[in-house]
Ligand binder design. Structure first.
Ligand code: URA
Length: 207
Protein backbone atom coordinates (compact mmCIF):
# COMPACT_ATOMS: atom_id res chain seq x y z
CA UNK A 1 0.00 0.00 0.00
CA UNK A 2 1.26 3.51 -0.73
CA UNK A 3 0.93 6.24 1.86
CA UNK A 4 -2.45 7.51 0.58
CA UNK A 5 -3.86 4.01 0.58
CA UNK A 6 -2.59 3.43 4.12
CA UNK A 7 -4.13 6.69 5.29
CA UNK A 8 -7.47 5.76 3.80
CA UNK A 9 -7.33 2.19 5.12
CA UNK A 10 -6.46 3.35 8.63
CA UNK A 11 -9.26 5.93 8.62
CA UNK A 12 -11.62 3.16 7.56
CA UNK A 13 -10.37 0.83 10.33
CA UNK A 14 -10.89 3.57 12.92
CA UNK A 15 -14.33 4.48 11.57
CA UNK A 16 -15.51 0.88 11.39
CA UNK A 17 -14.11 -0.12 14.80
CA UNK A 18 -15.57 2.94 16.51
CA UNK A 19 -18.96 1.64 15.39
CA UNK A 20 -18.47 -2.02 16.15
CA UNK A 21 -16.05 -2.29 19.10
CA UNK A 22 -17.71 -4.18 21.93
CA UNK A 23 -15.60 -2.82 24.78
CA UNK A 24 -17.76 -2.17 27.85
CA UNK A 25 -15.82 1.03 28.52
CA UNK A 26 -17.63 2.79 25.69
CA UNK A 27 -20.63 3.06 28.03
CA UNK A 28 -18.77 5.32 30.44
CA UNK A 29 -16.30 7.11 28.14
CA UNK A 30 -17.03 10.57 26.72
CA UNK A 31 -15.05 10.05 23.53
CA UNK A 32 -13.34 7.20 21.80
CA UNK A 33 -9.57 7.65 21.41
CA UNK A 34 -8.54 5.62 18.34
CA UNK A 35 -5.02 6.96 17.78
CA UNK A 36 -3.29 9.71 15.83
CA UNK A 37 -0.34 10.17 13.55
CA UNK A 38 1.23 8.96 10.38
CA UNK A 39 -0.35 5.90 8.76
CA UNK A 40 2.99 5.18 7.05
CA UNK A 41 5.07 5.56 10.20
CA UNK A 42 8.05 3.30 10.84
CA UNK A 43 7.28 3.42 14.55
CA UNK A 44 4.04 2.84 16.42
CA UNK A 45 3.89 3.77 20.12
CA UNK A 46 1.35 1.84 22.17
CA UNK A 47 0.24 3.12 25.57
CA UNK A 48 -2.25 1.78 28.07
CA UNK A 49 -5.57 3.61 27.87
CA UNK A 50 -6.86 7.17 27.50
CA UNK A 51 -6.87 9.37 30.61
CA UNK A 52 -9.10 12.33 31.46
CA UNK A 53 -7.68 14.78 28.91
CA UNK A 54 -7.62 12.14 26.20
CA UNK A 55 -11.24 11.22 26.94
CA UNK A 56 -12.19 14.90 26.63
CA UNK A 57 -10.35 15.49 23.37
CA UNK A 58 -10.40 12.10 21.60
CA UNK A 59 -6.60 12.24 21.17
CA UNK A 60 -4.02 9.99 22.83
CA UNK A 61 -1.28 11.36 25.06
CA UNK A 62 -2.39 14.99 25.30
CA UNK A 63 -1.93 15.32 29.09
CA UNK A 64 1.25 15.58 31.18
CA UNK A 65 2.54 12.18 30.02
CA UNK A 66 1.95 13.28 26.42
CA UNK A 67 3.93 16.46 26.93
CA UNK A 68 6.80 14.40 28.32
CA UNK A 69 6.55 12.05 25.35
CA UNK A 70 6.73 15.02 22.95
CA UNK A 71 9.88 16.23 24.70
CA UNK A 72 11.47 12.81 24.39
CA UNK A 73 10.57 12.67 20.70
CA UNK A 74 12.15 16.08 20.18
CA UNK A 75 15.30 14.86 21.93
CA UNK A 76 15.72 12.30 19.13
CA UNK A 77 14.76 14.80 16.41
CA UNK A 78 11.34 13.28 15.86
CA UNK A 79 7.83 14.62 16.17
CA UNK A 80 4.34 13.19 16.33
CA UNK A 81 4.12 13.55 12.56
CA UNK A 82 6.75 10.84 12.23
CA UNK A 83 4.98 8.25 14.35
CA UNK A 84 1.60 6.71 15.02
CA UNK A 85 0.43 6.63 18.60
CA UNK A 86 -2.38 4.64 20.10
CA UNK A 87 -3.37 2.60 23.15
CA UNK A 88 -4.15 -1.00 24.02
CA UNK A 89 -7.62 0.16 25.08
CA UNK A 90 -9.45 2.87 23.13
CA UNK A 91 -11.78 4.15 25.87
CA UNK A 92 -10.99 5.67 29.25
CA UNK A 93 -11.41 3.31 32.21
CA UNK A 94 -13.37 5.01 35.03
CA UNK A 95 -11.06 6.95 37.37
CA UNK A 96 -8.10 5.80 35.28
CA UNK A 97 -8.15 2.33 36.78
CA UNK A 98 -6.16 -0.40 35.05
CA UNK A 99 -7.91 -1.86 32.01
CA UNK A 100 -9.49 -5.27 32.67
CA UNK A 101 -8.54 -8.33 30.58
CA UNK A 102 -12.01 -8.30 28.91
CA UNK A 103 -11.52 -4.67 27.88
CA UNK A 104 -8.08 -5.37 26.46
CA UNK A 105 -9.49 -8.37 24.58
CA UNK A 106 -12.45 -6.36 23.22
CA UNK A 107 -10.10 -3.68 21.86
CA UNK A 108 -7.57 -6.15 20.43
CA UNK A 109 -9.15 -6.52 16.94
CA UNK A 110 -8.90 -2.74 16.63
CA UNK A 111 -5.23 -2.55 17.60
CA UNK A 112 -4.46 -5.55 15.43
CA UNK A 113 -6.14 -3.96 12.40
CA UNK A 114 -4.21 -0.71 12.97
CA UNK A 115 -0.91 -2.58 13.07
CA UNK A 116 -1.81 -4.59 9.97
CA UNK A 117 -2.35 -1.40 7.98
CA UNK A 118 0.62 0.57 9.30
CA UNK A 119 2.96 -2.45 9.30
CA UNK A 120 5.63 -0.58 11.30
CA UNK A 121 9.28 -1.46 11.46
CA UNK A 122 9.28 -1.02 15.22
CA UNK A 123 6.59 -1.18 17.91
CA UNK A 124 7.29 0.68 21.13
CA UNK A 125 5.44 -0.71 24.14
CA UNK A 126 4.85 1.99 26.74
CA UNK A 127 4.47 0.43 30.16
CA UNK A 128 3.33 -2.83 31.65
CA UNK A 129 -0.11 -3.11 30.03
CA UNK A 130 1.21 -2.75 26.49
CA UNK A 131 3.99 -5.23 27.34
CA UNK A 132 1.50 -7.68 28.84
CA UNK A 133 -0.68 -7.59 25.69
CA UNK A 134 2.22 -8.68 23.47
CA UNK A 135 4.50 -10.56 25.86
CA UNK A 136 2.40 -11.96 28.70
CA UNK A 137 4.01 -12.67 32.04
CA UNK A 138 7.05 -10.41 31.64
CA UNK A 139 7.97 -7.52 33.91
CA UNK A 140 8.52 -4.06 32.52
CA UNK A 141 11.25 -3.50 35.12
CA UNK A 142 13.20 -6.30 33.43
CA UNK A 143 12.17 -5.87 29.79
CA UNK A 144 12.53 -2.09 29.43
CA UNK A 145 15.28 -1.04 27.05
CA UNK A 146 15.32 -4.42 25.33
CA UNK A 147 14.47 -4.95 21.68
CA UNK A 148 13.08 -8.30 20.68
CA UNK A 149 11.48 -9.89 17.67
CA UNK A 150 8.30 -11.74 18.31
CA UNK A 151 5.56 -13.46 16.35
CA UNK A 152 2.16 -12.35 17.56
CA UNK A 153 -0.69 -14.82 16.93
CA UNK A 154 -3.21 -13.46 14.40
CA UNK A 155 -0.83 -10.66 13.45
CA UNK A 156 2.69 -11.61 12.38
CA UNK A 157 6.29 -10.95 13.32
CA UNK A 158 7.38 -7.54 14.57
CA UNK A 159 10.27 -5.98 16.44
CA UNK A 160 9.30 -4.58 19.82
CA UNK A 161 11.03 -2.23 22.21
CA UNK A 162 9.61 -1.86 25.71
CA UNK A 163 9.87 1.34 27.75
CA UNK A 164 8.61 2.52 31.10
CA UNK A 165 5.33 4.38 30.74
CA UNK A 166 5.95 8.15 30.63
CA UNK A 167 3.22 8.75 33.25
CA UNK A 168 4.93 6.34 35.67
CA UNK A 169 8.36 7.86 35.03
CA UNK A 170 7.28 11.50 35.04
CA UNK A 171 7.68 12.08 38.77
CA UNK A 172 10.11 9.29 39.61
CA UNK A 173 13.71 10.48 39.27
CA UNK A 174 15.46 7.20 38.60
CA UNK A 175 12.73 5.75 36.39
CA UNK A 176 12.74 9.00 34.42
CA UNK A 177 16.50 8.75 33.86
CA UNK A 178 16.14 5.15 32.74
CA UNK A 179 13.32 6.03 30.35
CA UNK A 180 15.33 8.90 28.84
CA UNK A 181 18.33 6.61 28.40
CA UNK A 182 16.27 3.83 26.80
CA UNK A 183 14.47 6.33 24.56
CA UNK A 184 17.75 7.65 23.15
CA UNK A 185 18.44 4.18 21.75
CA UNK A 186 15.48 4.38 19.36
CA UNK A 187 17.30 6.07 16.41
CA UNK A 188 20.10 3.47 16.38
CA UNK A 189 17.61 0.66 16.59
CA UNK A 190 15.62 2.07 13.68
CA UNK A 191 18.76 2.48 11.64
CA UNK A 192 19.70 -1.11 12.29
CA UNK A 193 16.25 -2.30 11.23
CA UNK A 194 16.35 -0.13 8.12
CA UNK A 195 19.68 -1.65 7.13
CA UNK A 196 18.39 -5.11 7.82
CA UNK A 197 15.38 -4.51 5.56
CA UNK A 198 17.64 -3.13 2.89
CA UNK A 199 19.44 -6.45 2.86
CA UNK A 200 22.45 -5.36 4.86
CA UNK A 201 24.06 -7.42 7.57
CA UNK A 202 21.30 -8.87 9.62
CA UNK A 203 21.04 -11.23 12.44
CA UNK A 204 18.16 -12.04 14.71
CA UNK A 205 20.75 -12.12 17.46
CA UNK A 206 20.56 -8.31 17.53
CA UNK A 207 17.25 -8.84 19.21
N1 URA B 1 -1.60 7.27 29.13
C1 URA B 1 -1.77 6.32 28.18
O1 URA B 1 -1.37 5.19 28.33
N2 URA B 1 -2.38 6.68 27.07
C2 URA B 1 -2.83 7.91 26.84
O2 URA B 1 -3.36 8.14 25.77
C3 URA B 1 -2.61 8.86 27.85
C4 URA B 1 -2.00 8.53 28.98
Amino acid sequence: MNSHEKERALAEVNRHMAESCECELRKTATNVVPGVGNASASIVFIGEAPGKKEDETGEPFVGAAGKFLNEMLESIQMSRNDIYITNVVKYRPPNNRDPLPDEVAACWPWLRAQLEVIDPRLIILLGKHALERFVPGKRISVEHGRAFRRTVPELGTFVFFALYHPAAALYNGSMRETLLRDFRRIPKLLELLRKEEGGGTSSPSHF
